[in-house]
Design a protein around this ligand. Sequence first.
Ligand SMILES: [Zn+2]
Length: 374
Amino acid sequence: MEYSPTTERCTKCIMPKSAAVVRFDAQGVCSHCTNHQSFLFKGETELIRLLDRHRKPEREFDCIVNISGGRDSSYTLLKLVKDYGMRVLAVNYHNPFVDEQAARNIQRMVNTLGVKLVQFRFANRIHEKALKDILTVWNRRPSAAMVPAICVGCKIIWPRILRIAKEYRIRCIVNGGNPYEYTTFKKELLGVHQNTGLTRSYFLNAKGLVKEALQNLSYTNPRRFPIMAKAFLFSNQYSLGSRILGSGIEKIDLFHYIPWEENDVLGRIRNELGWEPPAGISSTWRFDCRLSHLKDLMYLSTIGVTEKDDFYSKMVRESRMTRDQALERIAQENTIHTGIIEDVLQQIGMKSSDARKLLRRLPAANSFTADLDR
Ligand SMILES: [Zn+2]
């Protein structure tokens, strides 16, 4: 099945006109392009100044780097160890949905760099059970705003990471989050606009979630409350719970200081770490967790857009690639890997009627291809 160029998109970036949350002006330019503010990097000098503060010869490690086996965290580990000479403790959450190649990459890179790795996992299939539960509820009344809730397992890892930092007396955690991939439409779905400040975003986000829960009351079941509350409080390194529990621990995002250059990232991790892309998947972005394919299906079926549409649109707005290059990437990469989705649904023991219902949501649109023949 081939990509069709007939999908109408923003005339500046590549945001599909079918994207339910995006507004378009008379010239066909999307609201994200109109309101865009370029990301300002803080610079490598500032990064090195911060890192220098954490070099403590009397301790075994200077910092933690969280790795997933994906490209950006692998590059972050490489930079911190080789370029900045930091003594790194690599930490990995052994996600039950990790792609096999990502898992191999992790072992290979820590061996190559001679870095100690601490891996942790949750007992009693907590992650799998939480996913099955949330997905079943979502499937009753699909809403794009609640798609991130399926990442509930990875939203509760911060207490563990902070505990590891404390055990090893480490005061600095470095992450490879890429500012170009902070999806704008996800926030807007919960009523948080692009340029809203942090405190107000937090409030609006909570308000949006309450509104969503009132529209699908299954989310408010008291049985689900503890894990949902924990996921809300610890959803990332900057959320309220992580700030309180991790006070005194500095969190650094590498790509807030130095620009993310795809060719440099991929070139270096391949050559210097023996990193390999996934087999049979067209994109090297976000393949490390197999739930990314499920999320694509959920977004496409609710608002007609994938995270890749948003990511490459942002790359165009930031002048990191041309619109034509972005269209080419989308043609190659906007594939819904239904085979992987089926494997995931089987892994969590989703009822087959629910699984069929979910897969049938895949719209008969032509802006993506599906590997239905797998
Ligand atoms: Zn646009």
